[in-house]
Design a binder for this molecule. Structure first.
Ligand SMILES: Cc1cc2nc3c(=O)[nH]c(=O)nc-3n(C[C@H](O)[C@H](O)[C@H](O)COP(=O)(O)OP(=O)(O)OC[C@H]3O[C@@H](n4cnc5c(N)ncnc54)[C@H](O)[C@@H]3O)c2cc1C
Length: 161
């Protein structure tokens, strides 16, 4: 859970960068932010960023009382890694065909960094699928996946049929 908390606080492009880009980047003579589809995505990222902020506050409050991060911290990793990937994609798309090109002076942009790094973050510290299972079973209390190896030590798991 500590690793998930750390990965869930991944640095990179966020709603502020996406907003700035939307206001400054031109789309056929108009700022991108005038585009309804862009505004809809900005609204989603805004909600996700603020949901993350308050979920982290809740975790910090629990830590300050001596409690360990609970399974609900899986939510922050799923949301932040997917948001980072989505914002990275947006930044690359906004650059059109030049979006992939690395500026010789500036180096990799924060959007390109997000685009390249976020897929790894969705795996490191537990994949999206594993974290969804954690949330389903341990936060929402849904029935568990069938597990033929449940309760078996790793050395006792059959390796041949
Ligand atoms: C950038 C990066 C940094 C890393 N850093 C470290 C590190 O510092 N130290 C370290 O020890 N490891 C590190 N790892 C490894 C990482 O912890 C594992 O890659 C990760 O936990 C996934 O395990 P796996 O690769 O064995 O995938 P697998 O467990 O083989 O999963 C393969 C696929 O099957 C899916 N899957 C597996 N089981 C289930 C299930 N029960 N239900 C649904 N779907 C399932 C997974 O979601 C995934 O899509 C890092 C990985 C990355 C990408």
């Amino acid at each position: 859970m500590n690793e998930r908390l750390a990965v869930g606080d991944a640095r990179g492009s966020d709603i502020e960068e996406a907003l700035t880009l939307s206001k400054t980047k031109d789309d056929a003579g108009e700022a991108l932010i005038k585009n309804d589809a862009v505004r809809e995505r900005l609204a989603d990222w805004f909600c996700e960023a603020n949901g993350l902020k308050y979920t982290k506050f809740r975790t910090i409050s629990a830590l300050s009382k001596g409690e360990a991060p609970g399974p609900e911290a899986s939510i922050t990793k799923i949301v932040s890694a997917n948001k980072l990937q989505s914002i990275g994609n947006f930044g690359i798309d906004a650059g059109d065909m030049a979006g992939m090109l690395i500026d010789e002076d500036e180096g990799v942009s924060s959007f390109q960094g997000a685009w390249l790094g976020a897929p790894g973050l969705r795996i490191a510290g537990g994949t999206d699928e594993i974290l969804r299972n954690v949330i389903a079973e341990r936060v929402l209390g849904l029935p568990q996946d069938p597990r033929a190896d449940k309760g078996l030590a790793f050395k006792d798991i059959p390796t041949k049929v």
